[in-house]
Design a protein around this ligand. Structure first.
Ligand SMILES: Nc1ccn([C@@H]2O[C@H](COP(=O)(O)O)[C@@H](O)[C@H]2O)c(=O)n1
Ligand SMILES: C[C@@]1(CO)OP(=O)(O)OP(=O)(O)OC[C@H]1O
Length: 157
C-alpha cells in the first residue's frame, strides 16, 4: 500500500476558460498555465505520482515543452494512469479538495468524479472531490487564484 500527496495552484485571469476536474465551468475568469491549467487534475496526478515516488507532473510533462501547450490535462492523466498500471498498482482511493472562493463547484463535482474514475478505471465511490472557500481569506479568498489538494492511496493489483 502506498500513499501520496498533491498540491497545485493556478492564477485566475481574464480571457482563459475555467477548466477544473476535466470540465469547463462557466465563469468570467479562467486559470492561467502552460496547459489547460486544470488545478484539480494536476493535484490528483501529483498525489498518484507521489505515491509511487516518481516525482511530479512537471518532471513528466515539462512546461517548457510546446507539446503540452494548452493540453487537456485528461490526456496527461491517462498517461499517469498508464504508469500506475505498468508498475503493478491500482488506485484504492483518492480524496481531494478544491479551494476556491468562486464559482460554486458543487453542481459539477459528480461529473468531475466520473471523469477521474473513468481515467483510472475505478468506481466513482473511490474518488472523493470536495470544495471549500477560505471565507475570503488569502489568495483564493481574494479570487487571485484557485488551489487544490489531493491524497491518493495505491494498492498492488
Ligand atoms: N467554490 C466552492 C466553495 C464551496 N462550495 C460548497 O459550499 C460549501 C460551503 O463552503 P464554505 O467554504 O463556506 O464552508 C462547501 O461545503 C462546498 O460544498 C462549492 O460548491 N464551491
Ligand atoms: C502541466 C504543465 C505542463 O503543461 O503545465 P502547467 O499548466 O503550467 O501546470 P503546473 O501545475 O504548473 O505544472 C506542470 C506543467 O509541467
Amino acid at each position: 500500500m502506498r500513499i501520496g500527496i498533491g498540491y497545485d495552484v493556478h492564477r485566475l485571469v481574464k480571457g482563459r476558460k475555467l477548466i477544473i476536474g476535466g470540465i469547463e465551468i462557466p465563469y468570467e475568469l479562467g486559470l492561467d498555465g502552460h496547459s489547460d491549467a486544470d488545478v484539480l487534475l494536476h493535484a490528483i496526478m501529483d498525489s498518484v505520482l507521489g505515491a509511487l515516488a516518481l516525482g511530479d507532473i512537471g518532471k513528466f510533462f515539462p512546461d517548457t515543452d510546446q507539446n503540452f501547450k494548452d493540453i487537456d490535462s485528461k490526456i496527461l492523466m491517462k498517461e499517469v494512469a498508464k504508469y500506475v498500471d505498468e508498475m503493478g498498482y491500482k488506485i484504492s482511493n483518492i480524496d481531494s479538495v478544491i479551494i476556491a472562493q468562486k464559482p460554486k463547484m458543487a453542481p459539477h463535482i459528480d461529473q468531475m468524479r466520473e471523469i477521474v474514475a473513468s481515467i483510472f478505471k475505478v468506481d466513482i465511490r473511490d474518488i472523493g472531490i470536495k470544495a471549500t472557500t477560505t471565507e475570503k481569506l488569502g489568495f483564493e479568498g481574494r479570487e487571485e487564484g484557485i488551489s487544490a489538494q489531493s491524497v491518493a492511496l495505491l494498492v498492488k493489483k
